[in-house]
Design a protein around this ligand. Structure first.
Ligand SMILES: [Zn+2]
Length: 337
């Protein structure tokens, strides 16, 4: 258990969030509010009943509830309200900059127009209390053809996204399934990331790097099973966007004191801490930091490294990045005993 002084420092330090699915920030209260606003019938009778369904056993059991929750999002204002709620919550945790994932196919598949989704989310990012940019994710359980169609839909909106990613059910859907669509996104000058090595094997991290040419690995905790890969990730300073509470909730690790976050840091990897789907996994950024610091022997120097890593791995121009890193270092000079 960390002491209260360190807790205060971790909570107050400036940080960036690089792994947040905006649909996963939809709190049960807002799901019910939007269901009522849009006259959508939910399979759950109350906020409590919906929360009770959050006892997940694996990634798929979570995704089933996640897609049910997203069904209340119909109009641009709904996407705006969801995104603004997240940005305010992130600001309260001293997140200075967020790179937000969204899943257009979860919505276009229900008949919601692509522009409704992106315009609502983007407008909130432009008006919100912190710096925020968007990464459009492809659902990997669907076909590459469907991903290619989604990229086509995004073409008139390329000024609203900075990159593409790959999420949803990992096992059985290796990165190489999306080689063509990532090549196209790369030609468009978009940044590239992919979920790999959460439930899937280290081989998926290899192919995310070598076939998709990603610039960050989302999750990546299973890299540690492959010594050569671990050494490569450290050598290349390839950032991993690790999500501690998500990993426990989805049973990637049994308990937080079994999490390999500190081992990854000790191996020299560019680890960051993120919230993934905070409404579903028990907390936003500071809750993730506190859970990890409570369970693992992490100290002040780890906190500073994690904060620095989050800005160093962000898709920001160099001057902005240096400004944030300077802010982190000034903060730690101030609080150092
Ligand atoms: Zn994720």
């Amino acid at each position: 258990m960390m002491n209260e002084q360190l807790r205060g420092i971790v909570r107050g330090m400036p940080k960036a969030e690089l792994h947040i699915h905006i649909e996963g920030s939809l709190e049960p209260e807002l799901i019910f509010e939007l269901a009522q606003r849009n006259a959508v019938q939910l399979a759950y009778q109350s906020v409590e009943e919906l929360r009770a369904a959050y006892a997940f056993t694996d990634l798929q059991s979570f995704l089933d509830v996640y897609y049910a929750g997203a069904s209340v999002l119909l109009h641009e204002q709904d996407f705006y309200d969801m995104t603004m709620a997240y940005l305010r919550r992130a600001a309260a945790d001293n997140v200075r900059h967020a790179e937000i994932f969204f899943d257009p196919q979860t919505h276009t598949g229900r008949g919601v127009p692509f522009e409704t989704v992106i315009n609502g989310i983007h407008r909130a990012c432009a008006e919100g209390p912190i710096s925020a940019t968007l990464i459009m994710c492809f659902l990997r359980h669907l076909s590459e053809e469907a991903a290619l169609q989604t990229l086509e839909m995004a073409r008139p909106h390329l000024d609203k996204i900075i990159g593409v990613g790959l999420d949803s059910s990992e096992v059985g859907h290796p990165p190489e399934k999306f080689a063509r669509v990532f090549a196209q996104a790369r030609e468009l000058g978009l940044h590239l990331v992919a979920h790999a090595g959460e439930e899937g094997p280290p081989a998926y991290i290899h192919s995310a790097l070598d076939v998709l040419h990603v610039e960050r690995i989302d999750h990546g905790v299973r890299a540690i099973e492959d010594a050569e890969l671990t050494a490569r990730l450290a050598r290349e300073q390839m950032a991993l966007t690790v999500c501690p509470l998500s990993n426990i909730k989805l049973c990637v690790f049994g308990r937080m004191d079994e999490h390999n976050l500190l081992r990854l840091l000790d191996a020299g990897l560019a680890v960051t801490i993120n919230s993934d789907d905070p409404a579903y996994f028990g907390g936003y950024m500071n809750a993730n930091f506190e859970a990890a610091f409570d369970a693992l022997p992490l100290g002040l120097s780890h906190a500073q490294r994690l904060a620095r890593n989050s800005f160093a791995a962000a898709f920001l121009d160099d001057a902005t990045k240096q400004r944030y890193l300077g802010e982190v270092d000034a903060y730690f000079r101030e609080v150092m005993p």
